[in-house]
Design a protein around this ligand. Structure first.
Ligand code: ZN
Length: 250
């Protein structure tokens, strides 16, 4: 069976510097997300962290990744622009899926790929209701009409381009609303942003969040035909009609 190769990238700083976060995610958020995907037998998961050589993503890893999951927060600025460009190229030209979790809305790769500042309003942890507003979408498969979380408030205005699909929208107890689950098609690749996952909340243990993560990885995987694998900027030298006449296609 062809396996989807997923790399879970995590900044991995909060878990090492904050006792509360370490208690919730003792092996790091990346390993918790890895455990979620280990429940799928058609997915092969590896993890990468910021402090590894090449910031965890040397070419041999990045070029062998079908879907890249990204969790970052306090060290967005340390991610090298050269790496960000390579990630963007992988999405636009090679169809790699990019999956930004939670504070990944402000990560360099998310901003570069979707083309936005990713700014939003935020506030204290509180009750949240996630509404499943596109139940026919593959990412929403198995998700009820609504489910509750206790999360850091993320609110509108969320400075992103209009999403291609808005799958989940949320209410927060303090009155804010937010576009919790959004897709974007970029180049020949796909992007999904999903808001839950604050480091001191426990959302990565929530069964609905776990289902969304598994569904999203499958949706983000793109198997491109060979003729679009090296998409560049070719000059059309011979009129297509001439080519087709020569091949007797008319
Ligand atoms: Zn947060």
């Amino acid at each position: 069976m062809k396996k989807i190769k997923v790399t879970v990238w995590n900044e991995f700083r909060h878990e090492r510097s904050d006792k509360t976060v370490k208690e919730i995610y003792p092996e790091g958020i990346h390993n918790t997300v890895k455990d979620i995907l280990a429940e799928c037998d058609d997915v092969e998961v590896t993890t990468a962290t910021l402090d590894m050589p090449d910031q965890g993503l040397p070419d041999e890893v990045l070029n062998n990744t079908d879907v890249l999951i990204w969790w970052g927060h306090m060290a967005h600025g340390e991610v090298k622009d050269e790496l960000v460009n390579k990630i963007k190229e992988r999405v636009y030209r090679h169809g790699m899926g990019f999956f930004a979790l939670h504070s990944g809305h402000h990560s360099k790769p998310f901003r570069a790929i979707v083309g936005a500042t990713g700014d939003l309003t935020w506030g204290v942890e509180q009750q949240q209701i996630v509404w499943n507003i596109m139940p026919q979408h593959p990412i929403a498969k198995g998700i009820p009409e609504r489910f509750g979380l206790f999360e850091e408030m993320y609110g509108e205005p969320f400075r992103i381009p209009q999403p291609d699909e808005l799958i989940f929208a949320s209410w927060f107890k303090n009155g804010n609303i937010f576009r919790t689950g959004c897709t974007f098609y970029r180049g020949v690749g796909k992007v999904f942003y999903f808001q839950p996952g604050h480091e001191i909340c426990r959302s990565f243990y929530n069964p609905n969040v776990r289902t969304v993560i598994k569904n999203a990885v499958h949706w983000l995987y793109t198997e491109l035909p060979d003729n679009v694998k090296d998409l560049s900027c070719p000059q059309q030298k011979v009129p297509v009609t001439e080519l087709m006449e020569a091949e007797k296609e008319f």
